[in-house]
Ligand binder design. Structure first.
Ligand SMILES: Cc1ncc(COP(=O)(O)O)c(C=O)c1O
Length: 451
């Protein structure tokens, strides 16, 4: 594996005094807890971080679901360095640069047919808002302008833009922010521990929950509904693997009623589930796919939406000199992100990392499910190289056990993530068997002593 060891690097990252931690308002973070006992990362290479006090941390979460090729991969870093020295920025509107087109072509090569056009942005949240806007605009462009309603799902996470939190289904991400968007409804989520605890891969139970979409169509009428958006595998709310047949049913119902189906693959795209996209693994092709994270292996922010030719062509009908879609970002297809993206997709291919993830998945599943019977564990769920371990909540303190487990794993040199009392794992696709075992045994040891 090519790593960065022979590159010049910052030698001594600065150690900050407590007062210097105050100015930065950290996102999705318990700021006061963090600032009282900071967890500061300093360097990263392969499967490991090093903290500012020199501790090695095994990364069980690919950073934040994103560094799928592992950290500090030489071809990616060098591509970014070369591009920064060649052309730092090119205007995104009415101008182009070759790497943007190359990256779009490479993404289309990987995408399920007939998805063949790519719109670039800078994050998963922007990708979601872009997809929702394209859905509304497409319905209007084809003469269905009354289709303004958007359907999301309970426990869905679609980032933090107003569109994303409106279709998303996480109360804490919604309740502080007013009326959100009008005209949004939600499907029920698919998690049922009573029926499905310790299922390996896709649960047998739950396909019927897709029929709730028929109920919403009855309620609102299909002529008012533009799109349904779901994560094919819901990651951020605790690894909700789709029941067998569920996504197929959603596809049938949306197609029957002229409703667009959007898969939010910000987490699942680019090998995370052992396939190019979750759409490939589950055998269901949506009308649009959102992506981010893994496209650059986390090295430079980037996101995007892949759409079908039918959607793209609908917009190409006005005068040829006219702008077809009034949407875009200053940093859409940023040269550094495109350089990172092209190098990342090449690296995935050269090292056959998606197939590697698929080969490693049964081993990962086996290790994860060995936690059945461990203290506090009430469910284990997995697909590809994604795992969820649900703990019983502590009486009167929901989420405390999960957060304490996360902190104690970090103290013992392993980075995982917790969503309330659910622990989540998503190691880079280069993870070795021994590293999987180390992550799982660390969790087991921590739980043994946890109140
Ligand atoms: C499914 C999904 N959509 C959207 C997002 C938001 O991505 P970002 O944080 O890059 O805006 C995430 C982030 O984890 C995600 O998991």
């Amino acid at each position: 594996m090519t790593l960065l060891s022979d590159q010049p690097r910052l030698s001594d990252p600065p150690r900050l005094a407590p007062a210097e931690l105050e100015a930065y308002w950290m996102p999705f973070t318990a700021n006061r807890q963090f600032k009282s006992k900071p967890r500061m990362m300093a360097t990263a290479e392969g499967m490991y971080y090093t903290t500012d006090d020199g501790r090695r941390i095994l990364d069980g979460f690919a950073g934040l679901w994103c560094c799928n090729a592992g950290h500090g991969r030489k071809p990616i870093v060098e591509a970014i360095q070369r591009q920064a020295a060649t052309m730092d920025y090119a205007p995104a509107f009415q101008m182009g640069h070759a790497l943007a087109f190359e990256l779009a072509n490479r993404i289309v090569e990987l995408a399920p047919k007939p998805l063949d056009h790519v719109f670039f942005c800078n994050s998963g949240s922007e990708a979601v808002d872009t997809a929702l806007k394209i859905a509304l605009a497409w319905q209007r462009a084809r003469g269905e302008g009354a289709r303004t309603r958007l359907i999301g799902r309970e426990r869905g996470y679609h980032g933090v833009g107003f569109g994303g939190i409106a279709v998303g289904g996480i109360p804490s991400n919604r309740k502080m922010f007013g009326a959100l968007m009008a005209g949004v409804d939600h499907l029920p989520h698919t998690l049922n521990i009573k029926e499905c605890a310790f299922t390996r891969g896709q649960p047998e139970w739950g396909a019927h929950l897709a029929d709730e979409l028929e109920r919403l169509v009855q309620l609102h009428d299909a002529s008012t509904i533009a799109a349904v958006i779901v994560e094919p595998m819901a990651g951020s709310t605790g690894i909700l693997v789709p029941p067998k047949g569920y996504l197929q049913r959603l596809r049938e119902i949306t197609r029957k009623h002229g409703i667009l189906l959007i898969f939010d693959e910000v987490i699942t795209a680019f090998g995370r589930v052992g396939a190019n996209f979750a759409a490939d693994l589950f055998g269901v092709v949506p009308d649009m796919i959102t992506f981010a994270k893994g496209v650059t292996s986390g090295a430079v922010p980037m996101g995007g939406v892949i759409v079908s030719n039918t959607i793209y062509q609908q917009f190409m009908s006005g005068p040829p000199g006219a702008i077809e879609l009034f949407h875009g970002y200053t940093y859409s297809a940023h040269p550094l992100a495109c350089a990172a993206g092209v190098a990342t997709l090449k690296l995935y291919k050269d090292e056959d990392l998606f197939a590697r993830a698929a080969r490693m998945a049964p081993r990962f599943e086996e290790a994860l499910h060995s936690l059945k019977g461990a203290r506090h564990v009430i469910d284990v769920r997995n697909i590809g190289l994604v795992g969820g371990i649900e703990l019983a909540g502590r009486d009167g303190a929901p989420g405390a056990r999960g957060f304490e487990t996360y902190l104690k794993c970090f103290e013992r040199g392993v980075l995982i993530r917790n969503t309330a009392d659910i622990l989540a794992l998503a190691p880079a696709l280069i993870v070795e068997e021994a590293q999987i075992d180390e992550i799982v045994s660390t969790i087991r040891d921590v739980l043994k002593d946890l109140a």
